[in-house]
Design a protein around this ligand. Structure first.
Ligand code: GTP
Ligand code: MG
Length: 300
């Protein structure tokens, strides 16, 4: 595609417009008020690009609504806990919709033609929701609460807490399918949900910044530093969980049960639930691997 970016004129061009001695030379190249030469731009390329962006923007709408659905479910849970005075396992929630440029870039990187049915199959994190919790047991509690809804299908689970990634990354990743009710009927739409603790989130955002800064060529000493930090974050999570249980007084027994039982049985519970809903929706073959991977602790 030809470069159709609109740029302010260069200094040379500005020199022509404002020969030496004329007033306000600097103003001539101001990005907003300076002259812009549009005559060299290939209009057909711009129109093609606009068509692509318009098409993708339409395609993205159900994903935006799916984010709204999941965010509403989480907000209701939070409000319910606030109203009833029950312990709220959710610290904060954020979401993002992948933008058309990132979709184009990812499809090109994967060498897949830019057709929406292929985008749907290829990119599973178009709609993303992140839930941050204080404690590890809360992460699994949120998973249980969110997926207890009849209209939520667990499509994939990657438990990077039970089995962290090589670099130390920890989080619980879910692909959930939720119905979006359009005038033409319901459309099943996938949302990637990442649930993690504050410590995991802190680590992941720093690691992401470091990778971005070094363009993936991170010096060995920084990688080692990240590894150490991941270990410390993991230990911090355990200590905080223990303190939390200790200070909760009357809820203590429940919390102890939850933080040991829930974490221990969460992997098989996740798998069982995923299979149950999958069978109901004919997704079982895709999810058999979730079951076995979770039992072995391998990410799927
Ligand atoms: P991609 O999104 O294409 O990477 O797909 P994937 O199949 O590898 O998915 P995975 O579930 O492993 O990761 C999905 C998302 O989790 C990423 O887009 C990141 O937001 C986050 N993530 C995964 N691994 C890492 C990691 O090592 N560091 C950080 N900071 N984030 C990660
Ligand atoms: Mg991703």
């Amino acid at each position: 595609m030809t470069d159709s970016t609109i740029r302010p004129r260069s200094d040379d061009a500005a020199d022509e417009a404002h020969p030496p001695g004329s007033a306000n030379r600097a103003d001539a190249v101001h990005p907003l008020t300076g002259p812009i030469d549009l005559s060299q731009i290939d209009i057909s390329a711009i129109e093609g690009r606009r068509e692509v962006l318009d098409g993708l923007t339409r395609f993205l709408m159900p994903y935006k609504f799916a984010i709204d659905e999941v965010m509403t479910k989480l907000r209701i849970l939070q409000e319910e806990f606030t109203q009833t005075g029950e312990y709220n396992p959710i610290e904060h929630v954020s979401s993002r919709l992948k933008d058309p440029d990132s979709i184009i870039e990812k499809m090109q990187r994967r060498g897949v033609p830019l057709r929406t049915e292929l985008v749907r199959e290829t990119i599973t994190d178009i709609a993303g929701v992140r839930v941050v919790c204080a404690f590890v047991s809360d992460v699994y509690r949120v998973f249980e609460l969110l997926t207890a809804h009849d209209d939520v299908t667990v499509y994939q689970v990657k438990d990077y807490i039970a089995k962290p990634k090589e670099n130390g990354y920890r989080s619980l990743h879910l692909l959930l399918e939720v119905p979006v009710f359009l005038s033409s009927g319901p459309v099943q739409t996938i949302v990637e949900v990442q649930i993690r603790t504050i410590a995991m989130d802190f680590w992941a955002s720093l690691e992401h910044k470091i990778y971005y800064k070094y363009d993936r060529e991170v010096p060995a000493e920084l990688l080692q530093g990240l590894h150490d930090a991941a270990d410390q974050a993991c230990r911090l999570d355990s200590t905080m969980e223990w303190l939390h249980i200790t200070i909760r007084g009357s809820d203590r027994d429940t919390l102890v049960r939850r933080s040991t039982d829930t974490v221990a049985r969460s992997a098989s519970a996740l798998a069982a639930r995923a299979l149950e809903t999958a069978e109901a929706k004919d997704r079982a073959p895709a999810l058999r691997s979730v079951d076995s991977a979770l039992r072995s602790g391998d990410p799927v």
